[in-house]
Structures are given as structure tokens and as C-alpha cells.
Design a binder for this molecule. Structure first.
Ligand code: M6R
Length: 613
């Protein structure tokens, strides 16, 4: 979703901001803009479309100055065109604003401004922020006070960055709620502001984060933050150790392909340091989980959106089977509107790659309000979902750039498996022998993931067979039912082929009416307790003339004569099978989209981090 970058210091701000925006491209956007202070005057360039259009515009009409802000916009109010793109400039031309989030009381504030004689130039909710600041500048002493007064009128969740030609020595930044983060990067006599770490990591590793309802003044020398009530806030700085090179495409055509292939490493890193193979034990220190608390838990609620939601569905099977704790799984956007039953023995676990998904954060807040303990399983270090939780498991996958989530799906499967074992151990519901066997299965997992990845060419052949399909059905049962949902989501979001996942047993209750020679059906039929049932789904699918693409375990003899195409995977324990079964489906979706010549990493209408409701 929208990205923000700001710079103040001795260097030329323009390339720093444009490069920072480039690093945020993965978040998804449909217009971009930059404002730079040039000789006491703010110059703005902005346009619809991809960043290279803005870059060409800046090449044609260069900008030069040491203070600036930039933005990539994902349209909410008003079309993605040049006039709706940020930065928004006020009537006097002295103040410019970039904004992430939605002004929920936009109509009301807009009508008031219009009644007072303000002329608006865009259809956006964001533009009103700059006019409000200008209005309060006539009564307040400085940009900070005017901004604070303006921001306190806004309903909803926001990340806002402001500069003014009248106060050229500062950037004002604020965070209200969960519309993405605000991070500060500390340099030598220079400072960086951004919505996300990747935008500034090439310049500095020393960073701090703004919390909600805080506002800060950023100068070349540092940041001074305070609450909206004017109480000074001490921001804690931390050093980020990730390698920005990890976010480069390297030998791969797309980030998605690279990230699919990174799963050997990400699963290895997920396990590393958390598993004591000798003792057969799991160690998850950031959860702050004691034996006493583990024994008090009477229910777990997993909340997440999209791909993370399907990962949570697998987690339910794992935690219920291994730890014998009842688990509910909720789509985060529904959770807080259903008046959930929660007490102080409930643990709400949020799963999120970005850790900034607005619906997930709102669901976490609801859980907290009702007395639950909050845990999160998060990829983005320092994100809100990590910081507001009572305990967390960090995904250890490194930055995920492709909008379609891949390695951040498989990692939380393993995280939840380990969590289930730890809970079972602390609650003494499994024997030592059972625990050791479960832990031991983790040992070979990275190697098995590697084996699946080495079969990419095989899976590519299936991609060629499916590339012109208009629709596709995915069927799975038990622990691989969510794999069918996730496989279908991957296909639809990057290839724009209509795809639906169904629980295998539901097929005969409706979807079978669709089955004919033009509807390929992908059936996950690996060796597990649901295998016989899945063979029967294959038979029923075949009988309706639909092409069958079956996923089978190496050595299976029944499936090849029944299926049009077989996707082979190595033998694996049933509980860890979703870590393997999803990979061929990711590869399939990737190659279908790539063959169709689509923008795999930035599919239309999608954003990497969905920071609006
Ligand atoms: O950052 P999160 O994991 O909270 O994001 C949740 C979903 O928006 C995300 O998984 C989305 O469904 C992806 N496009 C899936 O590929």
C-alpha cells in the first residue's frame, strides 16, 4: 500500500527519495510523487502509473534541494491520476503533505473547508490535511502546533509527513493508529523518514519507530517526539541487522520466483535456534511463555487475512492435534464485528507478514480490549503487530517483496507446528517419545523443501498446460484443505484466472455442477489419512470429463492412470505436508502468470501491506 520517504541533510534529497520509493514499490501503488525544497520554494512532481514515469518527469524537470518528501499512492479516494497523487500542496504553496490511511470524516471536514472558502484540487481525502494545517498556521505558533491541531481532527488511521518552506529545517511526522508505520533513520548530520524500513536501510541501520498518537519533529540532528498532548517521548533506537542485498532479485526473473526458492533458507532459519534436536525440545523465548500460563490457556483464536489466514487454518489442525487446545480461526476483518467471546484464558494469535495489516491490528486491539493475551507471528521486524503483542514469533524469512506471499506462508506453518509442540510439552499432553518424533520430523524439512524446489521444471510443464484456462478448481482435505485455498488464491491474484479452493468433501454439494472438459481441477492427494477420500474425488472429477492435475507422493501407483498431470512431492509427515504441498502450487501460479506476461511482483489492484480497512 502507500509508501512514504523523507530526507533532511546535506545531500541532494531527490535521488535518496526516488531510490527509497523504488524500494517500496513492492507494496503496490498506482501513482507517485515527490516534493523538494528548492531555494525557499517547494517544487512538486507527481504522476499516475509506475515510478519510472515520475523518474522521467524529474529528469525532464530536475529538482534539487536538501529537504524533501516522496510518496507512492494506492488509490482509495479518487482515481489514480496526477492530481490525486501525493504530495498535496496547500493554497499558499508553502506546505506539502504525504499521507497513508483514510480520513474517515473526510466529507465532513471537506464541506467545512469549502464553506470557509478553500478550493480543493483533488478528489482525495488526503488533500484536506494540508489545508487544515494551513488554516491552523494562521493561529498557531509553528508547523508542529498547526500540524498537531490538524491531525487531532482526523478520524481513522494515519501516517503523515509534512514539510513547509517557511520552516526549512524540519520534517513533521506523525502516526495515528495503524495505517502503516513511521520509521526514522539516523545518519551523520542527516535524517531519513519512511513508512517502511527497506526505504532507508541502504543509508543507515540505526532506526527508531513512532508509536500511535505521537508526533515528531525531525531535523538533521535527530528526532524529538511527543504525544498529542505535548508530553515528550524518548524514542528507543535499534540497529537493524538485515542485509538489504537479501531484497535484490539476483539471478531470478521476479522477486516471487526468488522468494519461492528462498524457502529452503527460510525454513532452515525458522528452525535454527528454536529446536534442540538432542533434547527434542522447542525454544521460543520471545513468546514469554511459562508452564503456568500454558496450563491456563483454554482457547486460542488465530486471526489473519488472506494468505496468512490460510496459514492459520493449518495452525488450527496442528495446535488442536498436538496440544489439544481448542482453536478458532477468524478472518481479521470479521473478528471485531462478531462480538467474540474472550476471557483472560484466551490467547489471540495474529499472523501477518507485514505486521501492519489494518484489519489484523484492529482485531488484535479488540482481543486485548477483551482481556486476551496477544501473541503474533510476524515477518516485518519492528512492525506494529510485533510491538503490541505480549509475545511474538518472528518469521525469519527476510523481507518479502513480491505482493503474492510465498515464503511468509510456509514459515508460519512451521512456527505454529513448533508452538503446538511447545504448548503440548508444557501442558504435558504428549509423551517424550511423541515429542521427540515430532521434533525429529523438522530435521529433514529443509532438505525436503529443496527436493520440491528442484522439480520446478516438472511443475512448469503443468503451467504450460493450464496457461489458457479461464477457471480452475483446487480441492484438498484435512490439513491440506487450506493448501487448496492458498493454491487458488495464488493463481487468481497473479494470473487473473478465476480460481476457487474447496474442501474435497464439499465438491459434490455444488461445485461439481461446474465440472466439464474446460475446468481443470487440481487435487491434493498425498499419502495421509485423507488419501482414499481424495482418490474418490479424482474419480468423480474424471467421470465429469474435467482435466485432473493431481498432487501425489513419490511412488504412488494409483494416481498416474487417473490423472492428466501428476505433481510429485517427496514423502513427508502429514503434519508438515502443507509446507511441501504449497510449493508446487506457488510455482504453478508463478509460471502461469509469467507465461501470460503479467506483472508477477505487482499484480493489479493489490498492495503488499494493506493498511486500510
Ligand atoms: O501482511 P499480511 O500477512 O497481514 O497480509 C495479509 C494479506 O493481505 C496477504 O496475505 C494477501 O492475501 C497476499 N496478497 C497474499 O498473497
Amino acid at each position: 500500500m502507500c509508501g512514504i520517504v523523507g530526507y533532511i541533510g546535506p545531500r541532494d534529497a531527490t535521488p535518496i527519495i526516488l531510490n527509497g520509493l523504488k524500494r517500496l514499490e513492492y507494496r503496490g501503488y498506482d501513482s507517485a510523487g515527490i516534493a523538494v525544497l528548492e531555494n525557499s520554494h517547494i517544487e512538486v512532481r507527481r504522476d499516475a502509473g509506475k515510478l519510472n514515469r515520475l523518474v522521467s518527469m524529474v529528469e525532464g524537470a530536475p529538482l534539487s534541494g536538501n529537504l524533501g518528501i516522496g510518496h507512492t499512492r494506492w488509490a482509495t479516494h479518487g482515481e489514480p491520476n496526477a492530481k490525486n497523487a501525493h504530495p498535496h500542496i496547500g493554497s499558499t504553496g508553502e506546505v506539502v503533505v504525504v499521507h497513508n490511511g483514510i480520513v474517515e470524516n473526510f466529507l465532513e471536514l471537506r464541506d467545512e473547508l469549502i464553506a470557509e472558502g478553500t478550493t480543493l484540487h483533488s478528489e482525495t481525502d488526503s488533500e484536506i490535511i494540508v489545508h487544515l494545517i494551513e488554516k491552523f498556521l494562521s493561529t498557531e505558533s509553528d508547523l508542529l502546533s498547526a500540524s498537531r491541531k490538524a491531525f487531532s481532527l482526523l478520524k481513522g488511521h494515519h501516517g503523515i509527513v509534512v514539510i513547509s518552506s517557511k520552516e526549512p529545517d524540519k520534517i513533521i511526522a506523525s502516526r495515528i493508529g495503524n495505517a502503516g508505520g513511521v520509521v526514522f533513520g539516523y545518519g551523520e548530520n542527516e535524517m531519513f523518514v519512511a513508512s517502511d524500513l527497506p526505504a532507508i536501510l541502504e543509508h543507515t541501520r540505526r532506526v527508531s519507530f513512532l508509536e500511535t498518537h505521537q508526533i515528531a519533529v525531525v531535523t538533521r540532528d535527530g528526532v524529538e517526539a511527543q504525544t498529542f498532548e505535548g508530553e515528550p517521548v524518548e524514542l528507543e533506537t535499534e540497529n537493524i541487522s538485515w542485509d538489504p542485498v537479501a531484497a535484490e532479485k539476483g539471478e531470478y526473473r521476479h522477486f516471487m520466483q526468488k522468494e519461492i526458492h528462498e524457502q529452503v533458507r527460510s525454513i532452515t532459519d525458522t528452525i535454527s535456534g528454536r529446536v534442540d534436536f538432542e533434547k527434542g525440545k522447542i525454544i521460543l523465548p520471545q513468546l514469554n511463555l511459562t508452564k503456568e500460563f500454558a496450563n491456563q490457556i483454554d482457547r486460542i483464536i488465530l486471526i489473519a487475512c488472506g494468505t496468512a489466514y490460510y496459514a492459520a487454518m493449518v495452525g488450527k489442525v496442528l495446535i488442536e492435534n498436538i496440544a489439544r487446545i481448542p482453536v478458532e480461526v477468524d478472518v481479521a476483518s470479521e473478528f471485531r464485528y462478531r462480538d467474540p467471546i474472550i476471557n483472560d484464558r484466551t490467547v489471540v494469535i495474529a499472523i501477518s507478514q507485514s505486521g501492519e495489516t489494518a484489519d489484523t491490528l484492529a482485531a488484535m486491539a479488540e482481543g486485548k480490549k477483551r482481556g486476551a493475551t496477544l501473541w503474533s507471528i510476524v515477518n516485518a521486524i519492528g512492525s506494529q503487530a510485533m510491538r503490541i503483542a505480549d509475545g511474538y514469533i518472528s518469521m525469519q524469512t527476510g523481507p518479502e517483496i513480491g505482493v503474492a506471499s510465498t515464503k511468509a506462508y510456509s514459515a508460519p506453518l512451521v512456527d505454529q507446528y513448533m508452538l503446538a509442540i511447545l504448548l503440548a510439552d508444557l501442558r504435558e499432553v504428549i509423551t517424550e517419545q511423541e515429542r521427540r518424533a515430532l521434533v525429529e520430523d523438522l530435521r529433514h524439512l529443509p532438505e525436503l523443501v529443496g527436493q520440491v524446489l528442484s522439480r520446478e521444471n516438472q511443475y512448469m510443464q503443468v503451467a504450460h498446460a493450464l496457461k489458457d484456462s479461464l477457471n480452475c478448481i483446487y480441492l484438498g482435505r484435512g490439513i491440506n484443505m487450506p493448501t487448496a485455498f492458498e493454491g487458488a488464491l495464488k493463481l487468481k491474484e497473479i494470473s487473473y484466472i478465476h480460481a476457487e479452493g474447496y474442501p474435497g468433501g464439499e465438491m459434490k454439494h455444488g461445485p461439481i455442477a461446474l465440472f466439464d472438459k474446460d475446468l481443470p481441477v487440481v487435487v491434493i492427494a498425498t499419502q495421509d489419512q485423507w488419501y482414499d477420500k481424495m482418490i474418490s474425488q479424482i474419480e468423480q472429477t474424471k467421470a465429469r470429463g474435467a482435466p485432473v492435475i493431481a498432487m501425489a507422493t513419490d511412488g504412488d501407483k494409483l494416481i498416474p492412470p487417473l490423472a492428466d498431470h501428476v505433481i510429485w512431492i517427496p514423502e513427508v509427515s502429514w503434519m508438515l505436508s502443507p509446507v511441501l504441498t504449497v510449493i508446487p502450487l506457488q510455482i504453478l501460479a508463478y509460471h502461469i502468470a509469467a507465461i501470460r506476461g503479467l506483472d508477477v511482483d505487482q499484480p493489479r489492484n493489490l498492495a503488499k501491506s494493506v493498511t486500510v480497512e
